[in-house]
Design a protein around this ligand. Structure first.
Ligand SMILES: Cc1cc2nc3c(=O)[nH]c(=O)nc-3n(C[C@H](O)[C@H](O)[C@H](O)COP(=O)(O)OP(=O)(O)OC[C@H]3O[C@@H](n4cnc5c(N)ncnc54)[C@H](O)[C@@H]3O)c2cc1C
Length: 287
């Protein structure tokens, strides 16, 4: 018989984490865990594990302006992100949030859960990479990891029983776009998705560029060749070339072939650049 813990504070959660010898599953909104568990049980795998349900810890939910960075608590839901008053830098993340599941999933699912599931098709992950996010974690002491060092492979992270408490996004001027393609418009797992963040000088030249692609490798990937090619140029979709995507390692699966995924990544990136080319420049929001 498994135990169910639902602490109201992070301190209580840590006591459970360190005081429980049995294997422990961390639970947030449950929108990834429950379907996965149901599928395992359907195939006869009965794995009673203790549950540490974080959902009552109010301090881990919400978005804060912390001076030179924004903090998004791990329990912040997609609906919270959609409703938040955030600068245009966050448009990619808001757009991804609107595309995640339907309203019921957006009301339950959390950013922390999406990060920790570590699915190659996790829609938040390329956005957070393009936003230079750091992941805040805690075990005996708190620590932070840049998001591109958080993932170690397909559905694996550096976590070894720790809790993710939130995400830090450095304040910077800029604007962003997210594009996703699935087999249909809504309620769909991504075939590929792209997030692009840029900033431009007064004469319209790109001074900062971050591009990340999901569902085209075991983990989402930044595109450093494309980012370098964009610097100093006016934003133009023709700047994205197939060779900038050479580092991706897409697979053939039930949703798409590897070749199609590569094509989609290029097309979505060009769509992002087209949209960014006509968006007005945004100043840094240092609230
Ligand atoms: C119908 C449906 C549609 C969906 N559509 C999409 C979609 O379009 N795009 C997309 O990206 N995802 C989608 N999802 C997946 C899911 O909704 C999201 O990934 C969601 O953000 C997961 O958050 P959660 O709080 O529900 O995670 P949970 O299910 O509670 O947890 C997920 C994993 O993260 C771990 N975890 C959670 N929080 C923490 C924490 N703070 N610290 C440490 N570990 C933690 C859990 O142990 C578990 O392994 C969909 C799911 C469903 C059921």
């Amino acid at each position: 018989m498994s135990a169910y813990h639902r602490p109201a504070t992070l301190d209580e959660a840590l006591k459970v984490l360190f005081g429980t010898r049995a294997p422990l599953t961390v639970l947030a909104g449950g929108t990834d865990i429950y379907p996965a568990r149901t599928a395992r049980l359907a195939w006869g795998a009965l794995e009673p594990v203790d549950i540490l349900d974080l959902s009552a810890i109010k301090d881990l939910r919400g978005i804060k302006d912390c001076g030179d960075y924004w903090w998004i608590g791990a329990l912040t839901t997609w609906s919270d992100i959609i409703a938040a008053d955030l600068p245009p830098l966050f448009d990619c993340l808001k757009s991804a949030a609107r595309d995640i599941g339907g309203v019921q999933i957006q009301n339950r699912g959390t950013i922390g859960g999406n990060i920790c599931t570590a699915s190659p098709a996790g829609d938040a992950i390329p956005c957070l990479m393009a936003l230079d996010a750091e992941i805040e974690c805690i075990d005996a002491t708190p620590f932070r990891v840049p998001i591109d060092r958080f993932y170690t492979g397909y559905r694996t992270t550096i976590l070894d029983g720790e809790i993710v408490t939130g995400v830090r996004i450095p304040k910077q001027p800029g604007r962003s776009v997210f594009r996703k393609l699935g087999a249909r418009r809504y309620l769909v797992i991504s075939i590929a998705m792209v997030a692009v963040v840029i900033d431009t000088s007064a004469d319209g030249r790109i001074t900062h560029a971050r591009c990340a692609v999901g569902a085209c490798s075991a983990t989402a990937q930044r595109l450093p060749l494309l980012e370098a090619a964009l610097i100093g140029r006016a934003c133009d979709p023709a700047l994205a070339l197939p060779e900038h995507f050479a580092s991706l390692t897409p697979i053939d699966d039930i949703r798409a072939t590897a070749a199609y995924r590569r094509e989609v990544a290029l097309t979505l990136t060009r769509d992002c650049l087209s949209e960014l080319a006509v968006m007005p420049k945004q100043e840094a929001a240092h609230g």
